[in-house]
Ligand binder design. Structure first.
Ligand code: ATP
Ligand code: MG
Length: 270
């Protein structure tokens, strides 16, 4: 049995991660754990390091310092191992314009190394689950923005990943469509036993999606980690919104100075 119950149940662990690009520090000290089956939102002002955090989780580059682990593995060093474990959905659906909805979902499975005989039945199943029965042969330009995003979600879920990352996936949609798709996303993550991490600029969305909100402040560190009680009342949510907004404000007392010099807001992983 593992001596570390946090590690055993965690799917993402950032241990004092720093990430610098030439002349610029994007992440100064990011330290958090996300457990299996959580749905966690990530908020923070533009440029605070949210997408960089995803790119580190996806293994697109290595941290400058610290460690990133996904299911206990290094996503950068073991990039191939991760192909079927993690899926990402972006703000724009990023579909291939010359491929149909069905083919776009199949392409995701092809790159993930799913057995070819499974592509079409799985693609049809996921398109149906996302309300696109009958639109399998439509090209992206024949679909609305919301429908294209449904194809993008189908492509992600069809790979059957452990972890789904959404980078502002619901931001470009009208509020009604976004609300419906968010609810479907939560249901699919929960019923599939998956873990979801969603970057958003919409605090209402963050509060309605999952069980926790991570608030980042530039340069890339945690300024608050807000649990959302399942039975939170409207008044509770309003109080949480105020707390999150305060945590998003540029550095104030007890956090980082204007230079980004760190006084840690994260929690120790050990
Ligand atoms: N590949 C890169 N090379 C150089 N700088 C980068 C690179 N990627 C990100 N950055 C910088 O790191 C900082 C954090 O960028 P990131 O994209 O993570 O922000 P974000 O929180 O996702 O912002 P937004 O809400 O606008 O999407 C920014 O200042 C950005 O310019
Ligand atoms: Mg971003």
């Amino acid at each position: 049995m593992s001596a570390n119950p946090v590690a055993e149940h965690s799917i993402i662990q950032f241990d004092h991660v720093q990430k610098s690009f030439p002349g610029h520090q994007a992440i100064s000290d990011l330290d958090f754990t996300i457990a299996r089956n959580e749905i966690v939102s990530v908020v923070g002002v533009t440029g605070c390091g949210k997408s960089t955090m995803f790119n580190l989780t996806l293994g697109l580059f290595a941290p400058t310092q610290g460690t990133v682990r996904v299911q206990g593995h290094d996503p950068y060093a073991e990039f191939d191992w991760f192909r079927r474990k993690v899926a990402v959905v972006f703000q724009d659906a990023r579909l291939l314009p010359w491929r149909t909805a069905l083919q776009n979902v199949c392409v995701g499975m092809k790159f993930a190394g799913v057995e070819k005989s499974e592509w079409e039945p799985r693609a049809r199943d996921w398109l149906a689950r996302l309300g696109l029965s009958g639109r399998e042969d439509s090209y992206p330009h024949q679909l609305s923005g919301g429908q294209r995003q449904r194809v993008s979600l189908a492509r992600a879920f069809a790979v059957d990943p452990e972890l789904i990352l959404c980078d502002e996936s619901f931001s470009a949609l009208d509020e009604i469509t976004a609300k419906n798709l968010r609810a479907e996303f939560v249901e699919l993550v929960r019923s599939g036993g998956k873990t979801g991490v969603v970057i958003t600029h919409n605090i209402g969305e963050a509060l309605s999606l999952g069980n926790r909100v991570l608030v980042l402040r530039a340069p890339g560190h945690l300024s608050d980690d807000v649990g959302i009680p399942a039975d939170a009342s409207d008044a509770d949510r309003e109080a949480l919104r105020t707390r999150i907004l305060a945590a998003m404000e540029p550095a104030g007392s007890g956090d980082v100075g204007p230079s980004g010099a760190l006084t840690t807001a994260g929690r120790s992983a050990s």
